[in-house]
Design a protein around this ligand. Structure first.
Ligand SMILES: Cc1cc2nc3c(=O)[nH]c(=O)nc-3n(C[C@H](O)[C@H](O)[C@H](O)COP(=O)(O)OP(=O)(O)OC[C@H]3O[C@@H](n4cnc5c(N)ncnc54)[C@H](O)[C@@H]3O)c2cc1C
Length: 423
């Protein structure tokens, strides 16, 4: 089916979260009047994940506030929501989707948007006091545990990526004593480079959070909740053993060591799976299957360059959902390439890190406003490769950051970007 999708046909969207919901909205906005079935493994209405490590963990928002589309909104979209059930398989050739309970749906178009699941440390599944943070249920359980552990709970965060850093910042804000353990010498270096990664590391230290870098975790020994006499056998704190033989006492351990794309249900589907679902420039993984969000590895054609990219950030997942719907409607032969200006943000210690574009760790970096070691933590950096601007990053300087957007769209030179904020 490289022809366009019949407007009164059937589309199955698998994954009832950000990218999946945006695909449903995109289909309706672009005139699709047919049947849409939205399949989601979680029992919750589609909800937003960024607040989980921030407002929900901090207790500033009730969990319900994260809802992206309530029952009424789903009704208006005329979507059949099948929540609390996994899709078990899809046949890419025929478009048949099989659910866990063996129901089958024959679809003219399929959107795969099943996101990603957290990597875990071996042997820590279901260990008391050891958490990952991906879902609303994870966030509620983690907050509960932090509260149970009482004042000045000792929290060890394994992994200083964006989720780990946000959890550390939020827990520090709750009065916990936090230590972050990171296997790499510089946190966030693969995402932001050594220089800026170093500045992000300094944020932890400046806010009284301990940071152990360049060291791995060898074992986690679970503990109960302090003062919980009903769990006498395991009452007291657990500990995290490090590769140098030292150990950290922990009431709560949060493992934030990245995610893997959730493609397990797609084995045998006929789709190419390689660090995600491999898609063309218009997000097609097969003639009648498009992918969107954290699991989609698409061919990004930009500024005369072409690369396979998989991005695990909100704005790209949101835009991709709509773009995937548009592609499906247009048909593979006529669909437009997905060419966003990637954007993401992270909130840590009252500061907002924002990035436009797609930096690589080996990119050249220039600080064009503020300073890496500024007392207020605020600065603007630009990234370049082969003389071209690739990305701009700002810490709590949103206006300055947005000035770089037109330059990224136009494929401006690195030197022009370096001079942009002069005068
Ligand atoms: C705690 C946290 C904080 C974040 N903060 C930020 C931030 O500050 N800034 C930013 O840019 N990004 C942030 N992100 C990333 C952002 O939330 C993700 O990029 C976005 O959620 C990706 O959307 P998605 O729809 O692709 O995948 P997901 O949101 O992971 O949704 C996929 C859905 O598919 C379901 N599913 C999986 N398998 C199946 C199956 N077989 N059948 C049916 N359903 C299935 C899953 O249960 C899930 O509900 C954060 C993420 C987390 C976890």
């Amino acid at each position: 089916m490289s022809a366009s999708l019949p407007l009164d046909g059937t589309v199955v969207v698998v994954g009832a979260s950000l990218a999946g919901l945006r695909a449903v909205q995109g289909l309706r906005e672009h005139g699709f009047t047919g049947r849409i079935v939205l399949v989601g493994e979680e029992r919750h209405l589609p909800y937003d994940r960024p607040p989980l490590s921030k407002q929900v963990l901090a207790g500033i928002w009730p969990p319900e506030r994260t809802v992206l589309a309530d029952g009424e909104a789903l009704q208006k979209l005329e979507v059949e929501a099948v929540l609390g059930q996994r899709a078990a398989a899809v046949d890419a050739e025929s478009g048949r989707v099989t659910l866990e309970d063996s129901t089958t749906i024959d679809a003219d178009g399929v959107v795969v948007a099943t996101g990603a699941r957290p990597r875990r440390l071996p042997g820590t599944d279901d260990v008391t006091g050891v958490f990952v943070l991906r879902t609303l249920d994870d966030a509620i359980a983690l907050r509960q545990r932090v509260l149970e552990a009482g004042d000045a709970a000792r929290v060890v965060v394994v992994g200083a990526g964006f989720i780990g850093a946000e959890v550390a910042a939020t827990c520090a804000g709750l009065g916990c004593r936090v230590t972050v353990v990171e296997a790499m010498p510089t946190p966030l270096a693969p995402a932001l480079g050594e220089l800026v990664g170093g500045a992000c590391a300094a944020l932890h230290l400046r806010h009284g959070v301990g940071l152990r870098t360049g060291i791995g975790v060898t074992a986690i020994h679970p503990g109960g909740v302090r003062g919980d006499v009903t769990r006498a056998a395991s009452a007291g704190a657990g500990s995290v053993e490090l590769a140098d033989g030292s150990s950290l006492v922990a009431d709560v351990v949060v493992v934030g060591i990245g995610v893997v794309p959730e493609v397990s249900w797609l084995e045998g589907s006929g789709l190419e799976l390689d660090n995600g679902v491999v898609c063309d420039a218009a997000l097609f993984a097969a003639d009648r299957v498009v992918a969107a969000g954290d699991l989609a590895r698409w061919t990004w054609r930009h500024d005369g360059d072409e690369q396979q990219l998989r991005i695990e950030h909100w704005e790209v997942a949101s835009q991709m959902g709509v773009a995937a719907a548009r592609s499906l409607l247009a048909g593979r032969a006529d669909a437009a390439p997905f060419d966003p200006v990637p954007y993401f943000w992270s909130d840590q210690y009252g500061l907002r890190i924002q990035v436009l574009g797609h930096p690589e760790p080996s990119d050249e970096v220039a600080i064009v406003d503020g300073a890496l070691d500024a007392d207020d933590g605020k600065f603007v950096a630009v990234y370049g490769r082969r003389g071209r601007l690739t990305a701009a990053l700002a810490i709590s300087r949103p206006r300055q950051l947005m000035a770089f957007r037109p330059l990224l769209v136009a494929g401006a030179s690195f030197n022009d970007a370096v001079r942009l904020l002069d005068g």
